[in-house]
Design a protein around this ligand. Structure first.
Ligand code: SAM
Length: 227
């Protein structure tokens, strides 16, 4: 009876594009991302971040963390939390998509729409979510211009969540060569139909550089690159 009720519940949730996910078993330790974060947000993406951080620490991988496409810092706050002793670079215009990037998507035949929501990014709001604010370095403005002066930086973990072809391709061009061996690079929206430029940028960069990646089953269908 209990099994039947669970199956009914799961079927009803699936119709609403929600699933019940079994938690990771046998970790032998408490989860490092607090339970309320795992419940409120994308469980798979957040759990994958936690396990990537575990690999990075256990292998002694050096370097800073970074996110390109921060918006209100919902994902960046977990990066800050799971890398308590690393710098965290936060790259965003904090005023939404740039016209040049939207035009480039349109020129590629993608009907990407501007998102008014992203125009309301706020550095203060982002910083208020950070558990280790002293680690954060805000790089506000147009990427890749904001990477200038960071040619010698090295990264252990990078999240690219910029939606459009140009910043994602430029992000891969800047970050991947600077990713430490054993590091991880997540590209959000790889499998999201409304942002076709994401898949195109990942496939192009990987084909040009002989790289492979893993498609994650999070809500954005992220691509995960390693080195
Ligand atoms: C989907 S939102 C990021 C969501 C965020 N990671 C979160 O956890 O909520 C995409 C962000 O990418 C930023 N962005 C897009 N193109 C950019 C560029 N060329 N330079 C800097 N930021 C950019 C936008 O301003 C927007 O805030």
């Amino acid at each position: 009876m209990k099994k039947f009720l669970m199956q009914q519940l799961e079927a009803a949730l699936l119709k609403r594009q929600k699933v019940i996910v079994r938690d990771i078993t046998g970790l032998g330790r408490e989860r490092r991302v607090p339970l309320e974060f795992l419940i409120k947000n994308d469980y798979i993406r957040t759990s994958a971040l936690e396990l990537a951080a575990q690999e990075i620490y256990e292998a002694g991988v050096q370097g800073a963390a970074a996110e390109l496409g921060v918006f209100t810092g919902d994902f960046a706050q977990y990066i800050n939390q799971v890398f308590p002793d690393r710098k965290l670079y936060l790259f965003d215009t904090f005023s939404g998509f740039d016209k040049r990037d939207l035009q480039a998507d349109h020129a590629r035949g993608h009907h990407t729409r501007d998102n008014q929501r992203f125009k309301t990014g706020s550095i203060d709001l982002v910083m208020s979510k950070m558990k280790h604010p002293a680690n954060c370095i805000v790089k506000a403005g147009y990427f890749p211009d904001t990477a200038e002066g960071l040619e010698d930086e090295r990264y252990c973990f990078v999240s690219i969540d910029a939606d459009l072809y140009n910043p994602i391709y430029e992000g891969l061009k800047y970050f991947y060569p600077r990713l430490s061996k054993g590091g991880y690079l997540f590209v959000h929206d790889y499998n999201r139909d409304i942002f076709k430029g994401a898949k195109e940028a990942v496939r192009q960069y990987c084909a040009e550089n002989g790289l492979t990646f893993f498609p994650l089953t999070d809500s954005g269908g992220s691509a995960v690159l390693t080195k």
